[in-house]
Design a binder for this molecule. Sequence first.
Ligand SMILES: Cc1cc2nc3c(=O)[nH]c(=O)nc-3n(C[C@H](O)[C@H](O)[C@H](O)COP(=O)(O)O)c2cc1C
Length: 327
Amino acid sequence: MGLQLKHPLVASASPLSQDLDGIKRLEDAGAAAVVMFSLFEEQIRQENAAFDYLTAVGTESFSESLSYFPEVEARETGPEPYLELIRKATEATDIPIIGSLNGITDEGWIDYATRIEQAGAKAVELNVYYIPADLDVSGREVEQLYLDVIRAVKAAITIPVAMKLSPFFSAFGEMAVRLVGAGADGLVLFNRFYQPDFDLDKLEVVPDLNLSDPNEIRLPLRWIAILCNRIRASLAATTGVHSTDEVVKYLLAGADVVMTTSALLRNGPDHLTTLIDGLSGWLEQRNYRSVAQMKGAMSQRHVADPSAFERANYIKVLQSYRNPYAA
Ligand SMILES: Cc1cc2nc3c(=O)[nH]c(=O)nc-3n(C[C@H](O)[C@H](O)[C@H](O)COP(=O)(O)O)c2cc1C
């Protein structure tokens, strides 16, 4: 994306960046850049609506006007404090601070990309978290939504823009190409959706956020390996980075940066130092002089058996599984 980073390890969007101390701790632990936690479309709409209401009718019913909107739980930082935090963080640190916007339409909230740029962010990450539960919405319409968002944001700002994506597209490769065509400077693979669970005692749907585990790298790993050097955009890997092994695997697949959150929430921000030292150690041991030398060495175009990333391998893998109950 044109950002100069001292190494490829980046702290992805998380509560760890919710205050200045947290951001400084990430920098002290060695983060090459920090992606801020997201500012949500719902928060911006809520604030805009409250403002409209106040200017129209006066100040008495502020909280009442807010009650018409779905509650934004967990994140209480509204747009203004968010921008202020970016301002402070860019002044107080020497690493790129990346703003994050999370929404699904290409309307008013996108103005905040401009404000994030003005606040000093070096890039913006767009997280389009959309569940197409409406059975009348087609795949092409869903894709258009993503394209509209990236176009609108790119038209408004000059800093680079990355899109954090879900893997749930029929043809992810073509979608990646179209997003880059629409202006995306980077793709972040993959957004890890929170999945609801059922409480069998209360018969309720429970919103439960589980931290990732290292096995979850496989889906992003495959797509980074397939896309490496085939699209004109930077590739960031997110999900499942807990140890040096995952960092190295993602870089070998072709990631430009490797991001982590769950491991830092589990072990503390200082775990970043362990990952960075681990990567240095691995490079030294194998006589690599730079990350660039190993990046993409195991992408689909570089491995001896490119079909390993596709269907052909599927049959081999299934047939190689030994049935423990076979006579
Ligand atoms: C508690 C928590 C809060 C998160 N908040 C955000 C967020 O505000 N915006 C966002 O784009 N991703 C958010 N994420 C997703 C992470 O940035 C990351 O992409 C995801 O957790 C997968 O990476 P990991 O396996 O290293 O955790 C959050 C994740 C967790 C666990």
